[in-house]
Design a protein around this ligand. Sequence first.
Ligand SMILES: OC[C@H]1O[C@H](O)[C@H](O)[C@@H]1O
Length: 333
Amino acid sequence: MSQTRIDVLTLGNAIVDVLAHTDEAFLLQKKVHKGAMQLIDETRAEELYADMGPAIIVSGGSGANTAAGAAALGVKAGFIGKVKNDETGKLFAHDLKAIDVHYDVTPAEDGPATARSFILVTPDGERTMNTYLGACQNLTPDDVKPETVRASSIVYLEGYLWDPPAAKEAFRKAVRIAHEAGNQVALTLSDAFCVDRYRDEFLGLMRDGSLDILFANIHELQSLYGTSDANTALAALREEKVLGVVTRSAEGALVVSRGETLAVPAFPVERVVDTTGAGDLFAAGFLAGLVKNLDLADCARLGGLAAAEIISHLGARPQANLKELAQQEGLLG
Ligand SMILES: OC[C@H]1O[C@H](O)[C@H](O)[C@@H]1O
């Protein structure tokens, strides 16, 4: 059977999110770093779950959220990431297939459970993630099917994939096949602490030609260049040979290409409920815009629109019809 064309294929940790509202005191009590993603083991996961408030369960995973967002904007999306054949893994796979995201990675039959991220959302909308990687650690290069990567115009990779040891090889395999097929490769830096763990490797990927597009928020970018000054980080990015897309929350986004910087304001939001997935959905909109040949400013506007929808509710999967919203704004035909 011939492989269906995919516009945006994402690779990432396959995670189901357990989200609850909380307060600053709970973060202090649990000694978690507000706004960051920390890796936890199963014992800590059970402890956090027992102590957190009433939770909702929503499929997540940064790359999978981006695939879901791209699909919601009407482009063909796919995802590669590993779950276990358990109830949580079935829910994750169902939620992708139900929105027509191509997902055919064989689930693990044994080993650790499907990954969960325990996400604490404070009244200011900031999310603090505590991730048990579980089955994600079983993603290997064999899960990356060459025909799927070859059929995908843009392959988008999570920096978080650097955490499970074998996933890095899956990542490198995808990059090699994508470039051999003449397709584009994008990376999101994922989290400032993740960048801190793998700074040299991420810089290496950018400089050895592995990447065509880099997504980062300004904190991740500063972490990449080891500076507390945003302008210094942006100046360094301008020297790299990638298309750089930098988000700055309410200050909007910057698109850095061939030494030039384009500033696009954030899309207005009535109330920020939960910032989980803001960067993922921004990337979804931006990549969908690229696939639809929009200019870079409109790609960033589409990213801003998708991000604005996601931060208006709990959870990192779109609830509104993103395509219709984009059409109303004149961004999609
Ligand atoms: O970027 C947000 C996502 O990161 C983590 O991977 C969570 O699963 C969440 O959905």
